[in-house]
Every structure is written in structure tokens, then in C-alpha cells.
Design a protein around this ligand. Sequence first.
Ligand SMILES: *Cc1c(COP(=O)(O)O)cnc(C)c1O
Length: 454
Amino acid sequence: MNTIPYKTYLEENEVPECWYNMRADMKKKPAPLLIPATGKPCTAEDLAPVFCEELIRQELDETTPLIKIPKPIRDFYRMFRPSPLIRAYFLEEALGTPAKIYYKFEGNNTSGSHKLNSAVAQAYYAKAQGLKGVTTETGAGQWGTALSMACAFFKLDCHVYMVKCSYEQKPFRREVMRTYGADVTPSPSMTTDVGRLINAEHPGTTGSLGCAISEAVEAAVKTPGYRYVLGSVLNQVLLHQSIIGLEARAAFKKLGVKPDVIIGCAGGGSNLGGLIAPFMGEKLRGEADYRIIAVEPASCPSFTRGVYAYDYCDTGRICPLAKMYTIGADFIPSPSHAGGLRFHGMSSTLSELYDQKLMEAVSVKQTDVFAAAQQFARTEGILPAPESSHAIRATIDEALRCKAEGREETILFGLTGTGYFDMKAYEAFNDGTMSDYEPTEEDLARSFAKLPKI
Ligand SMILES: *Cc1c(COP(=O)(O)O)cnc(C)c1O
């Protein structure tokens, strides 16, 4: 019956050789990073003590559409890419929808998520610059794991500041990182000035992503031969993640199919920015149109309830200011189970596209997300990450809308990873003890009042 296969892989000669930089096709560009002290746009020299040279070039490049992927990175990609484009026939059947659902699965590597796509690029450029090592932060642990794998491959030291509550709650993630040779420090620690300060001000704190970022940046700047790397939010990360969308578009071309709706979960925006990149490019150039939907947790609603403003990226306020949809750097989201979606802000590029109404956003509640995760696991077989399950929720909702309206739309969503390290969350859902938390208007107003005045 099925004329279209369940899984579509690309042949060796169909694999993209360049990343695609969406900013090159944007008429109004994303706002630049600013230096907090002067309010002036960051230059390459300003960023040089913190980031690798080539990554700074990519960060600031708004004009080059295609950037060649160096051969050593392409060779590494061959260990786990191209990732399959999968038709969700069983989910479609369970929903009784006329919609055609496809997903691009990025969980088929040991780190379990799309983050390895950028980790390997960042580790490669650090090594090429002759550096000794890199520092970073990790919240839920996926980024730290991906970076540890990439650093082991390119023989770089890797120092990960892991948000303390995750360090304690996810010992297996920690051990995977150590197995790949990384040093893992619970944050806030007593090994940095900013860590000591935060510990003194908030005794017993279990940490936050913003705080771990401050520690990792300080450690990089103070250690000779080290730089800092980040797993989301930045333009360079969206660039590397464009491999997801480029492969998806090539696979669709092969099938003779065009998606109508493209859906992805959004934490800092890197997987979504990567998945939509070539499609958004067509949209920006007026060649095609797509509905694009970002899905975020109701507990951390940067797009749907945030403001578009310059904000701090980290708690210690040592990073540049970024203009983005934000709920405020001081906002501490409730301890939701989608750790990878808990950043207070959103990629500047996606923020600008959203502001120009080139994409939409929805927020979804945690228990509804896990109900979707469970349905997906039982029909399609893959145990999805809680983060990815936000996209599954929105996809199911869109497929049910298609059913109600009798429309045969084609939906593509990003299945960013697997959920094997998130069984505590599944346990809470299975036991019926999971809660839904949404910030009140007052919570958000308090946080907005602390935004920097630019
Ligand atoms: C980190 C992560 C995300 C969210 O990060 P983005 O930068 O918004 O893509 C989503 N899914 C998984 C599995 C992750 O690890």
C-alpha cells in the first residue's frame, strides 16, 4: 500500500557539503550582541578572549549564505549522519488523521541529541586554532555529553560546569561525560569568583544554567589555551544545526514531497533554527511558503509571553547583551522536566524572524507533553526526550486540526533526541504526580522590571 518508505536516508553523494546561514537572506538582520559596559556592538576583538577565532567569524557573518563544512567534520558526521527522515505511519493511523507526518530523528548517537552536530564543529575549530581545551556549562546534560564526545575525538581537554541539581539527579549523564574524559564540576562551585559569590549570596543553591555559564566563561578567560563554547542560542550553533534542515529538504526532494507545516521545540532555538533554515531561506527569498511553529514549555514561555529586548545571557552578567525574546535573566523557571528548554531567552535570529511574523509560537503544558510522549512511544517505538516531546504535542494537535478540517497537510517535526536519561520525569508522569506550573503575570512583571535599560 505505502508508496512512500518508512525511512528515507540520503546517499553519500546527496549529503550536504555546506551549512546554510539564514541571516544572509534576511533583509532586516538580527540585532548585534552588545558590550554591557559601553552599549557598543561586540567586535571580533572583544570576543577573542572568550571564543575561538573561526567561530567568532561565523558568529558575526551576516552575508555568506553557504559555508563549507571542513572535511574532518564531514568525516565525523558520517559516524551518525545522515539522520533518517521517518514517516510516522503508525501515529497517523492512531490519530485517524489525513495529515502526513514526518520526523527527522536526531537521537541516534550516544549523546542522544542533535547537540553533537555543533559540538563536533566547535571542538574541531578549537583544535585547529591550537587550543588546549574548552569549558562549557550543561543543564540537563545533553550538551555536556555531546561536547565530551567531540573533545575526546579531537583530543582536547573539556571542562563542564554542570548545574548542581542535575549533577546530583543525573549521575549517569555525569559518568558518560567522565568516560569520554571530561572534567565535571557541579555549579555553583568554589573554583571561580562568580561561583563563590553566588554561593555566598544564595547558600545551598542548586544552581541554574545562567550561573553555570558565568562560571564556564570565567574559567575559560582565566586559563591559558582555553576558550568557552556554547551549545545553543548563538548564530554559529544555528549555522551548524542547519545540517538537519538541509538533509531533510534533500530527502523530501528525493520523495517528491513538500511540507506545509514545520514544527520544532525551542529552548535556545538551535535545533529549530537548524531544521527550518533552508525552508526559511526559500520563504525569505519568496520562493515558497511554509507555516513554521516553535513550541515552548508553558513554564518558560520566552516567545509567547516574553518581551523583545536586550537582556543578559548569564546570571553573573559577564557575557554580552543579546536582543531576544526573553522572560528576564533573573527569572528562575520552575523545576520542569524539560531541562533543555529552560533558558530564559531565545536565539536573536529566531527572535527577529518571529518579530517579523515569519514564524509562529505556541506553549504547551508539561502533562500534555508527556501524554504525547507516551502516545508516540507506544505507536512509533522511539522513547522521546521530554524536550522533543513538546514538538510531538504540537504535531499531534496540528494533525487533529487537519482531521477536524478534513485537510491532507504534510507536517514535518524535529525529533531532537531520546529520553533514556529522563526516566525520573517519566516516572512522575506514570505515577500521576507530575504538576503543571505557569508563571503568573506578576512573576513575569517582576522579572521584566530588572531588564537592562538600553
Ligand atoms: C538541548 C535540547 C533541546 C533544546 O535546545 P535548542 O537549542 O532549542 O534546540 C531540545 N531537544 C533536546 C533533545 C536537547 O538536548
